[in-house]
Ligand binder design. Structure first.
Ligand SMILES: Nc1ncnc2c1ncn2[C@@H]1O[C@H](COP(=O)(O)OP(=O)(O)OP(=O)(O)O)[C@@H](O)[C@H]1O
Length: 249
């Protein structure tokens, strides 16, 4: 579980996150949603420690994270898997080498042990017989799967995904969402997903946090969204003709 208490963050005197209180639950897909510029990425970066916060507290389980020194933050970071926008695979490395990278960096496992782990992770995301292919030789959906395999290589307790569906067709996007949800439940991971994608919200939104102008404006589950009368949330979520029909607007 990750807990954020009364978090404030500004840049050059301009407050971009104000008084954020939120809990991200273990074994669940926790979604951060909001308009472009609302503060989702800054929030995620504060949680990972890529931005210093002005004030407030961030806890990984019971450990306060924001005031740890560099070395202790690094220890927590080793329990985090990251899935970046656009997969961020190393183009000059094979699928196998990409997934092995965090094991090379952070473990003292033997080559055979690392290979076993790589194959386990690749199998889990249904990538078979592709170890020696390069990213340029596989589809966008496969790249995402490889990136997920790499993100779970170190058996993370926490998984952060920034726009995991960007650049994917809607059908592939659903498959990737479901894979993230399955992995989250299977390995009991605290997963935080930053997304614009309303299909994701309605598909895997176990817990949804809506950020509006740097403030937490609403929280609930995907089911609660259908019943919510929060105007800004409804304007954001039900902004297309199709979604307005689903809501009955
Ligand atoms: N390093 C920075 N320096 C100054 N301002 C920043 C910095 N990073 C973000 N901001 C500002 O903080 C605000 C929130 O940005 P953020 O990237 O979190 O939005 P977002 O909700 O993730 O948007 P998008 O969905 O488009 O990625 C914006 O006004 C942005 O310009």
């Amino acid at each position: 579980m990750i807990t954020v208490k009364n978090l404030n963050k500004s840049f050059d005197g301009r407050l971009v996150l104000e008084g954020i209180n939120a809990t991200f639950e273990k074994g669940k897909t926790n979604l951060i949603i909001g308009q472009s510029g609302s503060g989702k990425t800054v929030l995620l970066k504060c949680i990972v420690g890529l931005h210093e916060v002005d004030s407030g507290e961030i806890y990984y389980n019971d450990t306060r994270f924001d005031n740890l020194n560099f070395r202790d933050k690094k220890k927590i970071r080793q329990t985090i898997g990251m899935l970046f926008q656009g997969s961020a695979l190393f183009d000059s490395a094979t699928v196998e080498e990409n997934v092995m990278f965090p094991l090379d960096m952070f473990t003292t496992m033997s080559h055979e042990e690392k290979l076993d782990r790589v194959n386990f992770c690749l199998n889990r995301v249904n990538i078979i017989n592709s170890n020696h292919l390069y990213p340029a030789e596989i589809s966008g959906g496969m790249k995402k799967r490889v990136a997920i395999a790499r993100a779970i290589a170190l058996n993370p307790e926490f998984l952060f995904c920034d726009e995991p569906n960007s650049g994917l067709d809607p059908k592939t996007a659903v498959v990737i969402d479901q894979l993230i949800k399955e992995i989250t439940e299977e390995f009991n991971i605290t997963t935080i997903i930053n997304t614009h994608d309303m299909n994701s919200v309605m598909g895997i939104g176990d817990k949804v946090i809506f950020i509006h102008n740097g403030k937490k404006w609403w929280e609930g589950s995907k089911e609660n969204i259908l019943d919510s009368d929060n105007k800004e949330l409804n304007d954001f979520v039900f902004s297309t003709e199709l979604t307005r029909k689903i809501k009955g607007l």
